[in-house]
Structures are given as C-alpha cells and as structure tokens.
Ligand binder design. Structure first.
Ligand code: NAD
Length: 248
C-alpha cells in the first residue's frame, strides 16, 4: 500500500522561528497531513501554526521544552492523539551558549548538552517504538559544522558531534524497520541564533565562506525536506553538510 504525505504527521522541534519555521513551511508545501510545531516559545509557535495551517494540513502548536523528558512524553502522546502517529521527526531545537572553554561555566555546558543532545534523545525515544511497529519513519537531526571545530563552541560543537554519532548508530539499528535517520550540518544560517555574534566575528565568518553569504533558512529546509520524503529512501546514517562550499 502506498502511503502519501497527506496521511503522514510530521513533528518539527524548535519550529516557531528560524530554520524550524522554514522547515514547517516546506513540509506544508510537501503536503503533509499534520504538522506539530513543538517549541518552548508557545506564542511564536502559535503564530507559525496559524500562518501555515488550514486547508488539508492541520498545523498545531505545542509548548514543550525538549530537554524535559516527562514533558516530551506528554506532548508527543498529545500529538499522536490529535494528529495521528508520527511518521517524521525533525529535531531542530537547539541553543548556543558560546564562550572560550577556560571561561565556560557549568550552566553553559549543561544547558547546551540538555537541549541539543538530551533533547534529541528524548524525542527519538518518544517516537521510535511506534515507527518500528509501523515499519516506517524518517528522523532528521540538525547538527552543525561546529561539530568539526570552532572557537568558543566546545559545548555546542561537542553536542552536535554527539548528535552525528547518535544519528549514525540509530540509523544502523533502525534501517531494517524502514526507518531512516540522517543529520544536516549547516554552516552559518541567517537566523536569530547569529544575532549574538559580534559584527567583526561575523565578517570573519563571511570571509571564510566561498559563497560569500549566509545560508537562508529555506536552503536548509530544502535538504531536510528531501530527507523527510520517500526520494531519500536509501539515504541512511548520513550527515549532509550545507555550507556554501566551506567544508568540502
Ligand atoms: N543559525 C545557524 O547559523 C545554524 C548553523 C548550524 C546549525 N544550526 C542549528 O539549526 C537549528 C535551528 O537553529 P536556528 O538558527 O533556527 O535557531 P533559532 O534560535 O533561530 O531558533 C531555535 C528555535 O528553537 C526553540 N528552542 C530553543 N530551545 C528549545 C527547547 N529546549 N525546547 C523546545 N524548543 C526550543 C526556540 O524557541 C526557537 O524557536 C539548531 O539546532 C541550531 O543548532 C543553526
């Protein structure tokens, strides 16, 4: 039996703004029947859901801190009740708390690990048994080229490198159940996350990008869309770098 996107429910964490919002927009265009916008910022998540909901696509906002395991379990149970079984999970929620390692405090380390790494574990745990039972699933994790090294990001780089390792291991465990698990590693994308970067540092970043510009969120969403669709059925355990030629 062929299952169409219209019969599938997708979850996008951190879907309220930035890359996540662009992913919601793209999956809406791809014809998903239900999209859950899961975010700590419920007001922004509602605005995103309102923008893209309607017609044949039910887009709903859910307040959730992905670092909180119990909250994730509750919210994913609500999503499955209201929108149906989760076929696609995009782990996009992420934070930075940059600083040189010798000055980094415990809170900077712990918060980044809790959201960027534990968050991915919590949401995957909430969906993996159902995906295995149904014999279908697509999981896409947002990593970063910082996993390959960046000044001031030992916490963030370590969390994203761990996400890439997690992705590759879960892909091997899940492939026989028709589940793909892939990662996307962008370089610098024009979102709120970069607003904290000082102008001089930003110029240094731009100088190092062969394309001489930041990525647009839609350019990351396009790659995520491919990994969420059936055209990527034999792509598994990959980390696709989207860097305008910076990391080749
Ligand atoms: N912007 C970049 O240059 C860049 C580069 C590489 C990778 N990334 C990754 O892409 C993803 C999205 O980045 P962005 O630039 O759109 O970020 P952003 O800061 O613009 O948006 C992140 C969204 O995640 C939500 N969020 C944060 N913590 C959360 C939590 N604990 N639970 C639920 N929601 C939470 C925020 O409310 C926000 O809506 C992140 O994983 C980030 O690490 C971004």
């Amino acid at each position: 039996m062929t299952v169409k996107n219209t019969d599938r429910c997708a979850v996008v964490t951190g879907g309220a703004r930035g890359i996540g919002e662009a992913i919601v927009e793209r999956l809406h265009r791809d014809g998903f029947g239900g999209i859950a916008v899961v975010d700590m910022d419920i007001a922004a998540a509602r605005r995103t859901a309102e923008r893209f909901g309607g017609g044949d696509c039910a887009v709903r906002a859910y307040a959730c801190n992905v670092a909180d395991r119990d909250q994730v379990d509750e919210v994913f149970a609500a999503i499955e009740r209201e929108l149906g079984p989760v076929s696609v999970l995009v782990n996009n929620a992420g934070i930075t708390r940059d600083g040189m390692f010798h000055k980094m405090d415990n809170a900077q380390w712990d918060s980044v690990m809790a959201v960027n790494l534990d968050g991915v574990c919590n949401t995957c745990r909430a969906v993996i048994a159902g995906m295995r039972a149904r014999g279908y699933g697509k999981i896409v994790n947002l990593a970063s080229v910082s996993a390959f090294g960046n000044v001031g990001q030992t916490n963030y780089g370590a969390s994203k490198a761990a996400v890439i390792g997690f992705t590759k291991c879960l892909a091997r465990e899940s492939a026989a159940k028709n589940i793909t698990v892939n990662a996307v590693a962008p370089s610098y994308v024009d979102t709120e996350m970069l607003r904290a970067v000082p102008e001089q540092t930003m110029q240094r970043f731009l100088d190092a990008i062969p394309a001489h510009r930041l990525a647009q969120p839609s350019e990351i969403a396009a790659v995520v869309s491919f990994l969420c669709g059936d055209d990527s059925s034999f792509v598994n355990g990959e980390c696709i770098v989207v860097s305008g030629g910076s990391y080749t």
